[in-house]
Design a protein around this ligand. Sequence first.
Ligand code: CS2
Length: 487
Amino acid sequence: MSPRRLADISQIVGAAKKPGYDPSGHGTGIVHIGLGAFHRAHQAVMTDDALADAGGDWRITGVSLRSTEIADALNPQNGLYTLIERGPEGTEARVIAAIANVIAADPGGTLKALCDENIRIVTLTVTEKGYGIDRTAGGPDRNHPAVAEDLESPETPSGVLGLLVAALKHRRAARIAPFTVLSCDNLPENGKLLRLGVIGFARQLDADLADWIENNVAFPSSMVDRITPASTDETLAEAAAQTGCEDKAAVECEPFIQWVIEDAFPQGRPAWEAGGALFVTDVAPYERMKLTMLNGSHSMMAYAGFLAGHRYVRDVMNDPALARLVRRHLAAASGVMPPLVGITFADYGEALIERFRNPAIAHETYQIAMDGTQKLPQRIIAPALVALEQGRDVRPFAFATAAWMRYALGRKEDGTAYELRDPMAETIQKTVARLSDPADIYDGLTKLPGLFPSELAESRIFAAPVTDLLETMLDSGMRAAIDREAE
Ligand code: CS2
């Protein structure tokens, strides 16, 4: 007989830890947009800790803008799901009760939830491409489909900027205090960026509203960190073993968790420090460190590792030549940042190596390779430019760039095609179609809009190693390129 579906804490019969509070005693105070595995392994967990420690009406209404999959999994479970932490020494499970309900593919329902006076914070994990912000100009990106659509019909929005602005407009008119907007995506100064996007979007419609948002709404920045691979059947099987219940929304992650948040919450906030959150006045240096070191080396590993035939990050770390290149990348990345009080970059790098090596985490290189055009600017290109300006070694960044360019060709060395999974996939394909000369590929890809600043792209110091490395990757293969580079 198959086990009963998880729907109530009293059903849990396995080793999984139960929530330290009665969820029915707490109202909702947060709307979270982008209810993927990462949110369930990170902010929802810290909120669960905060509820257990300090109480409050801070449960979460989750929103999935397009897909209904997670709502179909979580709503029948009353928001309960199992978190599986996999460390080198073993696995621990706990049931999280912070999510109260899920709204899916329902813009009207989402707007209503955002207008609810009990909601004091809106958190977001919509990925880099989800915001619709022009990062170079700092404002809404009119070419983003949801932005374009919502500017046409701002009363019935369905995208991030449109929904936030419509909700703030309604709250202002109804004299309900605005919510605080907290971005939790891997973008530099994510709060500032989102603020510019929201105010810029509002300004297209109503200058008074834009001014009011500017003066009344807080957009703290935050740095988030926890390695969270996509859930698999094994995740669900582990959850069933640990809870005695069927759980279709289980997630798995590493034991490490970090959240650094700018403390600007005029309408209050959960006691997230109970889960280990660090509140600071300036998140930017923490964000830069994480994006440049963790995410930068992740992207390098993803492109080079995928093409060298490594399915998981842990396999990359078991490849001695690639592991050397990861260390080299981390060292170069730590060289382009000003010091951060209280943190030794070399120690942070060693800790990252241990995390990447975690044998219990199956994190696919193909998953990390997704959305390269959205990730490269902050992970590889900005650090490369700093290295160039400071006369430092640009080679590690050139290697990562060449690996991405090789990946952008969309076929493995045996000719098998794979999907690029990038919002610019079509443009990339058009750009590289029929190109075989590394210099032409370099030229085409560095001219994609908004990606490579011309100071970097046109510098021989950067262009020469990228095209040389790309040539080796094309002529002799990724394996040879890695081995030669690691010598
Ligand atoms: C990864 C991140 O998929 C990716 O691009 O680099 O999701 C990474 O695992 C997280 O940022 C870790 O906190």
